[in-house]
Design a protein around this ligand. Structure first.
Ligand SMILES: *[C@@H]1O[C@H](CO)[C@@H](O)[C@H](O)[C@H]1NC(C)=O
Ligand SMILES: *[C@@H]1O[C@H](CO)[C@@H](O)[C@H](O)[C@H]1NC(C)=O
Ligand SMILES: *[C@@H]1O[C@H](CO)[C@@H](O)[C@H](O)[C@H]1NC(C)=O
Ligand SMILES: *[C@@H]1O[C@H](CO)[C@@H](O)[C@H](O)[C@H]1NC(C)=O
Length: 364
């Protein structure tokens, strides 16, 4: 296919769309952040977390989202049955909820939190139980004592977006409990569903695990005195991106796969023009997960298995990653190369096989 045909083909197949647009300044900024800006050294525990302006495909984690929804709905029910706050709820139960979540869903889920709006939890102004899987131990700590998650100058999107949402149309489920002593309690409970939650963009967790991750959060709900829904906090799951590969190679026209990042990184490799980018799986959430392999008609002088994308990304000068053009013997349209000829690399062609190029005399 000639290049112009390929382009027409792409347009007809609908592949040349905004989603796959590669000359996106934003994506290069994102790559730069992934590559260099943020590290354990450059962010301190309470500075705003770095955020990447890309979306992730959450569909793979929807079942884990249900664990956060379970926690939020459980706490919503407690709050609604106990007059709007958790006066009698023991804080150790909150630690149990998040610990159990991580124990159940690790390693896919790195951590989880239950975080209450000011004044909801007993006599603590702020209270947040946070459990994280570190080094084989699921550890739960309280954050509200030293970390003000209601402060909007911090990037606490998982909290602030849900706090500012309107819950007028949230689902209501009727529940009925018959106790052993015969007492029956019926309650209409406000319940969160998957769509009531929020998925953050990937961000660098400066305060905690020092990893790239994203968060799904589900609202904890109570009622105002008139019965209308009132935000009471959030329950979350955190998913680590460290082992999720970034594919920077070009999106081929016959390739209709969509990766975790909706293909936004496609076409952002830095392979020289006479090479082709080959995706190298397994590098994780890092820039440079590819090899640049010489195109047909080009060769690399020396031991060669493709240039490492990691090296290419680091380089300011790409001249050491060059492939050389193969010459088509004396008939080459590019002319003959006396240097190569002196090295004995060229073999005159006879008229029968003038289209063949011999790199090795034994082939003849
Ligand atoms: C993780 O566990 C290993 C083995 O138990 C230990 O050597 C290492 O110091 C631990 N690392 C951290 C950060 O706790
Ligand atoms: C909010 O966070 C910023 C940045 O850490 C801090 O400077 C500010 O004092 C905080 N505001 C309150 C009211 O805690
Ligand atoms: C947390 O920050 C908010 C908003 O910046 C502020 O109004 C509130 O007083 C702070 N809470 C605590 C306990 O410091
Ligand atoms: C029956 O049991 C429930 C749950 O323990 C309790 O709230 C309620 O007060 C009890 N009712 C009577 C009449 O003892």
């Amino acid at each position: 296919m000639a290049p112009i045909d390929i382009f027409v083909y792409l347009v007809f197949c609908g592949l040349v769309t905004g989603d796959y647009h590669v000359n996106n300044d934003n994506i290069f900024k994102v790559l730069e952040k992934i590559g260099t800006t943020v590290s354990r050294e450059t962010c301190t525990s309470l500075s705003p977390d770095e955020e990447l302006d890309i979306a992730v495909d959450f569909s793979k984690w929807e079942e884990y989202a249900d664990l956060a929804i379970y926690n939020s709905n459980y706490l919503s029910a407690q709050i609604q049955k106990h007059g709007g706050s958790l006066e009698t709820f023991h804080e150790s139960l909150c630690h149990d909820l998040v610990t159990n979540l991580v124990v159940t869903a690790k390693p896919e889920i790195l951590s989880g939190v239950v975080e209450f709006a000011p004044g909801v939890f007993k006599n603590y102004e702020l209270f947040a139980a946070f459990a994280v899987n570190t080094n084989g131990t699921v550890e739960s700590v309280e954050l509200g004592n030293f970390y003000n998650y209601t402060n909007d100058s911090l990037v606490n999107e998982w909290y602030s977006v849900l706090r500012d949402r309107n819950y007028e149309n949230v689902a209501i489920d009727r529940t009925k409990t018959t106790f052993r002593n015969g007492t029956i309690i019926e309650a209409d409970l406000l319940v969160a569903r998957r769509d009531d939650g929020h998925i953050t963009k990937p961000y660098y967790d400066c305060g905690g695990g020092h990893v790239w991750m994203f968060t799904y959060s589900s609202p904890i709900l109570g009622r105002n005195t008139d019965g209308s829904p009132k935000f009471k906090g959030v329950a979350t799951i955190d998913i680590e991106l460290t082992d999720k590969d970034i594919n920077q190679c070009d999106l081929e026209y016959e390739d209709d796969t969509v990766d975790l990042f909706f293909n936004v990184f496609r076409g952002t490799h830095k392979c020289p023009i006479e090479t082709t980018c080959h995706f190298r799986p397994g590098l994780g959430f890092k820039v440079g997960g590819y090899f640049c392999i010489c195109n047909e008609g080009f060769y690399y002088q020396g031991l060669y298995s493709g240039f490492s994308g990691e090296e290419v990304e680091k380089a300011t000068d790409l001249s050491s990653f060059r492939c050389e053009m193969k010459h088509h013997g004396y008939r080459s349209s590019f002319g003959s190369d006396s240097h190569d000829r002196q090295l004995g690399r060229y073999f005159p062609l006879n008229s029968d096989d003038s289209d063949l190029y011999y790199t090795n005399p034994s082939m003849k």
